[in-house]
Each structure stands twice: as C-alpha cells, then as structure tokens.
Design a protein. Structure first.
Length: 301
C-alpha cells in the first residue's frame, strides 16, 4: 500500500477515507510518520478498529489526555471512534491494520452483537500491546502474520486474514476486563474533537496571550462548553492546561539549550518571570535555574 502523507478529516475530525472495501473491510499500511505532510499523523478517528505495531523508533500516541510512548516491537489497539494522533521525536516506522467489525461477523448476527458489540458499547479507548505480556505478545505475533499475508496476496489471503483477525479478536475479547479498567476516554467523540481542536490551538499559539474566547472559537463552541470539555476530558481548567503545555515547552528548552531563562519564559508565554519561577517549581520541585544546573551536572558525570 502506498504511503499516506495526509490525514483529511471533517469538522468532527473523522477521517474522510475508508480502509478496505465494503466487500472486504481490511487494510494494511506500512508508514514512516516523518513522511506525513506535517511531520506527524494528525488527530483523527475512524469507524474501523486499528492495531499498530511500532517497527522502529519510539512513537507517541496522543489519546484523550494521555501521551503514550510505544517502543519498537510493541504496539497498540485503538477502538473505533477514538480520536488519536501519532508523532515521533526521531525515527518512527509503523505497520498497522484497520478493519471493520463486520469482517468478524455480519452486523445482524449474534456473533457480532455479543463479541463486537461488547467493544462498541464499552468505554475502552485503547490497549497497549507489550511483548512482555503473554496474551499481548500473541496478538503482536498474529499481526505480523497479517501484515505478511496482506502483502503477499496469496490466492486465499482474504480467508486467512479473516481467520487471523478472529484469532486476535478472541484474545482481546477474553482480556476485555483488564482493558476496561485501565484504558478509558470517558468522553464523547464530539467532545473529544472539540477538545483536540482547542489543544491544537494551544500548541500553535502557546507563546502568545491565549483567552478562553479564543479557545472556544477554535472549536466553534461557547466558553462554557469549552470549560466543560476541559473538565471532562482533561480533569482540569483551560488555563491550567495552557500553563501545563507552556511549562513542558519551557522545560525542554531549559534542559537542552543555553538560551537565557528569562528569554525562554517570555517565548513560552510567561510575561512575568517571578510567576514563571513559582509555577515551574510547583510543577517540577525546583526552580528553572536549579533544573538546568542539575541537568548539566548529570551530563558531565
């Protein structure tokens, strides 16, 4: 499959692209995240289930308010209707499989209702798949077989893909209780989309003055709805989320550059250096200067 370079979505961030066909709703991709037009896979959701294996590098999955690093060899399952994005600081190569629940069974069957519907009705957003966990390793091994089959196009590859998808689905289904208790978004697709649009505004404008009105306008909602989205999705207020992002960007520069701390504070959106020192210390347990000194000492050891 040719490398995709752009994620095109509607206003709800639904990806405007079907994966597979109506007759065979399965698609496999091998992708270099850096080859996407903005250097990452932007926020989107789709009706298909998705399973991703990280082939090389470390890939950061943004799901809800969670940033999830996945190392090479491990992977992740993403439920239908869950907004997610992917990026990599260095190299980031992935293989992924997307398929509709109808590949497992017809939508009017008891199998679909009992085994696929369970996931559609659940609050499971994702499941990180690690080699060190036996049942998750088994799913990763099945995925490798799926990738190979989809590329080789043997005469009966559709039948074999169908069988393997059912095998990995059985493992997910039997371990759903673990998944339900640990990985939940707890927020509707509409609210997820609105929240992500406001987060993207913060990421693009954090060095500037940001008002609640601007955040609400970015998602085309009222100020009260903007507050509600942050409270539900982030368990925090909009201003706290703005400061959180500003602090993370400032800390990165403090630890990796020799730029003046006052300059970093201002360029990160803090026009009051005393306030910057206070919130930085509250967040990281030390002042910006102490953080830089500790980093330099550690580097010189």
């Amino acid at each position: 499959m040719e490398q995709i370079t752009e994620i095109i979505t509607d206003q709800s961030l639904r990806q405007l692209m079907d994966h597979g066909t109506a007759r065979f709703p399965f698609q496999h991709y091998r992708e270099d995240i850096k080859k996407f037009n903005i250097g990452k896979i932007s926020s989107h959701w789709h009706k298909e289930f998705e399973l991703v294996t990280v082939v090389a590098g470390t890939v950061i999955f943004q799901i809800g308010n969670q940033s999830i690093p996945v190392q090479a060899g491990d992977g992740i399952f993403i439920n239908t209707g869950v907004i997610h994005s992917l990026e990599a600081k260095g190299q980031g190569f992935i293989s992924d499989a997307l398929f509709s629940g109808s590949l497992i069974a017809g939508e009017n069957t008891s199998i679909y209702e009992k085994y696929v519907g369970e996931f559609l009705r659940s609050s499971i957003s994702h499941v990180v798949l690690q080699q060190k966990v036996t049942w998750q390793k088994e799913i990763l091994e099945i995925l490798e077989k799926l990738y190979d089959l989809s590329e080789n196009n043997q005469q009966d590859h559709e039948l074999k893909i169908h069988i393997l998808v059912c095998c990995l689905w059985e493992k997910l289904f039997h371990n759903r209780e673990v998944c339900t208790t640990s990985n939940q978004v707890g927020i509707s697709i509409r609210s997820q989309a609105r929240l992500r649009l406001m987060q993207q505004y913060i990421e693009s404008h954090y060095s500037e003055k940001i008002t609640l009105s601007q955040l609400a306008e970015a998602a085309n909602i009222s100020k009260s709805e903007a507050i509600r989205c942050f409270q539900i999705g982030m368990k925090s207020s909009p201003i706290d989320c703005v400061n959180e992002y500003r602090l993370s960007q400032a800390r990165e520069r403090i630890l990796t550059t020799d730029d003046p701390i006052t300059e970093i504070a201002v360029q990160s959106g803090f026009d009051n250096c005393s306030y910057f020192d206070r919130v930085f210390k509250r967040k990281y347990g030390m002042t910006p200067r102490m953080a830089r000194t500790c980093c330099h000492k550690s580097t010189n050891l």
